[in-house]
Ligand binder design. Sequence first.
Ligand SMILES: [Zn+2]
Length: 279
Amino acid sequence: MNPVRILISILVGLMLVLPQSADAKRGQMGGKMGGGAASKTNPMRPDASRDIQEKAGLFNTGLKPVYPATAKCLEVKSLFGDTTRYDGSSRVEWANSGYHNGFDISADEGTPIVAIAAGEVVHKFTGGRLVGHQIILRHAPADTGLPVWIFTKYKHFDELPALEVGARVEMGQVLGPSGNTGTVGGHFGAWGYPHLHMSVYVNDTGEYRSIRRSAIPKDVRFLDPFAVYLKGPPKPFDNHAVKALSDDAKVVRIPYKRTDGKVVPQGTKLVWPFMCAPR
Ligand SMILES: [Zn+2]
């Protein structure tokens, strides 16, 4: 790394951390949950300690996707828990100690991103580096058939989705066009890197509070996004248990919505965040 790049990293790091502290204070005063969730004990904060994030499940789980043979789906290029980007370069240390808190799917600008399940829009935000235009959905157990509440975060939209907070979305509904917002500068340079970053968070109650930059689920845990598609049994929703699965149980077949509207397999309540073209 040359000195200019190091200086830029430090400055951008400060920009990311300092406004967040102010948000956290506002959130503590105005939020219903009060207390510790806004402090550094919140594992969603990029500056939370490695120890706190690891306890909340931020590590590579070893899940292995199997993409459909009869349709062409955009594939994950950087896994959850990876310390590298799609091109093998190292992630910045100042965010999540360098660990990837979601997965990345490379996609041309303008490719429609779809909701992976029915749910409710709970947050919209436009931020700077590593954020860009983003939206967060909350999915109840009835939406997904899963025994937990999940929150899905989609980042780097070309434009902020028009959906309002509180709106319901259907599984496979288009949220907006993918883009490169929040990726320009730093490693990716002036052109950025067009991709979808998707994170999945889990809790048992669906409770959350909103600060300016994000929705923060109460007692939040990270989940490898592939884990929502596990068929099981067993079908764990805790990354510690996911990591402990046998190699056979770690194989994940990707359900998806086709570009012609058909859903595969029929009856699934969860789909891939991009539609897949029939071959
Ligand atoms: Zn990412």
